[in-house]
Design a protein around this ligand. Structure first.
Ligand SMILES: [Zn+2]
Ligand SMILES: [Zn+2]
Length: 163
């Protein structure tokens, strides 16, 4: 998702613009406020994304919606009027305003999305998952296995007893 900030860069520090984000996968919507700072432009966004995941119990693929807050300074590299290179405090991890005064928030969205992703996603809160004994997908069909799944260490002991 791109924003042209050539106008904003010509305005005094503190000037800002608010944008509604258009849907463009994985972005589903949201808003972004861009504010002129001494070193570039501060982007503060609330991005709605659809995250793809595999259920940690039944392994089914599904998408879920997340609201991801983003706050990053994009550093200015060139002067808007002269095109001359400017000194910046940017390091190799910094987000940059490109030489045509465009901000691309896609990479920031990707990084923040990763942080917002569920560690153990569930397709639904009460997903029954897969039977530990017969391997049947319990979201599709019930199984006849009884009791809690056998602990493999006990299974090894059982096997010894029957020798
Ligand atoms: Zn599931
Ligand atoms: Zn079973």
């Amino acid at each position: 998702m791109l924003f042209n900030v050539s106008q904003l860069l010509q305005e005094p520090v503190g000037s800002s613009r608010t944008y509604d984000l258009v849907a463009e996968p994985p972005i589903h919507g949201g808003t972004a406020v861009l504010t002129r700072t001494p070193t570039g432009v501060l982007v503060q966004a609330e991005v709605e994304v659809i995250l793809e995941a595999d259920c940690s119990r039944c392994l089914a693929s599904f998408g879920y919606r997340r609201r991801v807050p983003i706050e990053e300074v994009f550093y200015q590299q060139v002067d808007v009027h002269t095109g001359a290179r400017m000194d910046t405090e940017a390091d190799t991890d910094s987000f940059l305003i490109d030489k045509r005064h465009t901000i691309d928030i896609s990479e920031a969205v990707r990084q923040y999305e990763e942080m917002a992703a569920e560690m153990q996603p569930l397709c639904r809160p009460d997903c029954p998952g897969i039977c530990a004994q017969c391997g049947r997908d319990l979201t599709q069909t019930a199984c006849v296995c009884e009791g809690p799944p056998l602990d493999p260490r006990w299974a090894a002991l059982e096997a010894l007893k029957h020798r």
